[in-house]
Design a protein around this ligand. Structure first.
Ligand code: SAH
Ligand code: SF4
Length: 371
């Protein structure tokens, strides 16, 4: 059985050609699946009954299997999805005034083992399939629509999810081919039709894959920097030992030739006493002075057993000011959905972890309220 969520436009065209059907059928079915979020072939009422039966014999629409679905006080919604073999991944919907952003996972676990990341701490399990990534967007839209999502753009007939960020669990560029196929479905006008500016891929810095993405599917790029010198970055982001800062920054500059935006977003997680001194900000500013970029400072989100603390707010603000004074647009990421462990770096995808964390939050209300 072919899962229709696994196919991009080329895949669907080939599938219908094999069935001996006309090419426009591929578009028709794509509209049903990705624009009307159909859950079964029987719902596709403008296909003849005979065609629906032939299609149902060869294909299905198999979305994610949902373990839990939780909404936070601020409207952030998190789904825990079963990916088999005792593993789960998470996706998070973040509603704002003018957009609805879905944060998608690309792998169960992650092999890159960044020191401060809970996904890294669980090790690598497996790559998600294209269907599992497209299925996240399909399912979120479907669930939000069924729940009567009341956003201005939904009232104008657009889908609930307007922006996608590949910033959930896993390193998207380590699952390159499947991620690029999923991106092509996100961008396809007969599918989700998102502009390349509304799709952001976040990477810890796999240089050769950044160059490939520039050729294959240049979407908005976010790069997880976290340190302005190689010695510190080697410790925090071990892939830096393979692709050090000078190579990474050169790849960012190359990427911008083709990118939908004229800057790269550098993400910088703020770790108390580790990378958050004013001297670090100055070093950073000097390092990236030739790269058109913006900074997004991420207050580190705690998880059980981690050996870090979040930088105190005044220090994050001072760090921001130093970067702004050096001429860089710099924002501080608002922590969303923290009461349901949906904030950056808290996505663990494990049911057991969730239980332990609940205990921790109850035991330390002052600590969780402080972030
Ligand atoms: N693997 C990719 C994308 C997923 S991680 C990457 O590393 O970019 C998405 C972002 O969350 C990265 O910037 C990552 O550094 C950050 N992050 C990881 N753990 C975090 C934590 N505990 N608190 C805050 N941000 C975290
Ligand atoms: Fe993997 Fe990104 Fe976490 Fe690093 S920060 S371990 S690359 S998911």
């Amino acid at each position: 059985m072919v899962n229709l969520l696994d196919l991009d436009a080329a895949g669907l065209a080939a599938f219908f050609a094999d069935l001996g059907e006309k090419p426009f059928r591929a578009k028709q079915v794509s509209h049903w699946v990705h624009q009307r979020f159909a859950g079964e072939i029987a719902a596709m009422t403008d296909l003849s009954k005979a065609l629906r039966e032939r299609l149902a014999a060869a294909a299905e629409i198999r979305g994610p299997s949902v373990i839990s679905d939780t909404t936070a006080a601020d409207g952030t919604r998190k789904w825990l999805l079963d990916v088999g073999g005792g593993n789960a991944v998470e996706m998070v919907y973040i509603p704002e005034d003018d957009r609805g952003t879905l944060c998608i996972s690309s792998q169960a676990g992650c092999a890159l083992d960044c020191a401060f990341c809970s996904t890294g701490k669980q090790g690598f399990n497996r790559n998600l399939t294209t269907a599992e990534m497209v299925g996240q967007l399909w399912h979120a839209n479907r669930a939000l629509q069924a729940g009567g999502a009341s956003a201005p753009w939904v009232e104008q007939g657009r889908a609930p999810v307007t922006n996608v960020v590949m910033m959930g669990m896993g390193e998207p560029l380590a699952n390159y081919d499947r991620v690029v196929t999923a991106l092509s479905v996100f961008l396809d006008d007969n599918a989700y039709g998102l502009s390349r500016r509304r799709v952001t891929l976040s990477t810890s810095g796999l240089v050769p894959a950044i160059d490939r993405l520039r050729e294959d599917c240049p979407v908005a790029l976010a790069v997880s920097l976290h340190a302005g010198d190689d010695a510190l970055r080697d410790r925090l982001v071990p892939i830096n030992r393979k692709y050090p800062l000078a190579e990474l920054l050169a790849a960012c500059v190359r990427y911008l030739d083709r990118a939908p935006r004229d800057f790269v977003t550098f993400e910088y997680v703020m770790l108390d006493g580790v990378n958050d001194a004013i001297g670090h900000a100055h070093e950073l500013a000097a390092l990236v002075r030739d790269v058109p970029c913006k900074f997004n400072l991420i207050p580190w989100n705690p998880f059980p057993g981690a050996a870090f603390r979040t930088s105190p707010r005044p220090r994050i603000v001072a760090f921001q000011k130093a970067l702004i004074d050096a001429g860089f647009v710099t924002t501080i990421r608002k922590t969303r959905g923290e009461d349901i462990d949906a904030a950056c770096g808290q996505l663990a995808g494990r049911v057991e972890d969730r239980t332990r964390r609940t205990v921790r939050i109850r035991a330390a209300p002052a600590e969780s309220a402080a972030h």
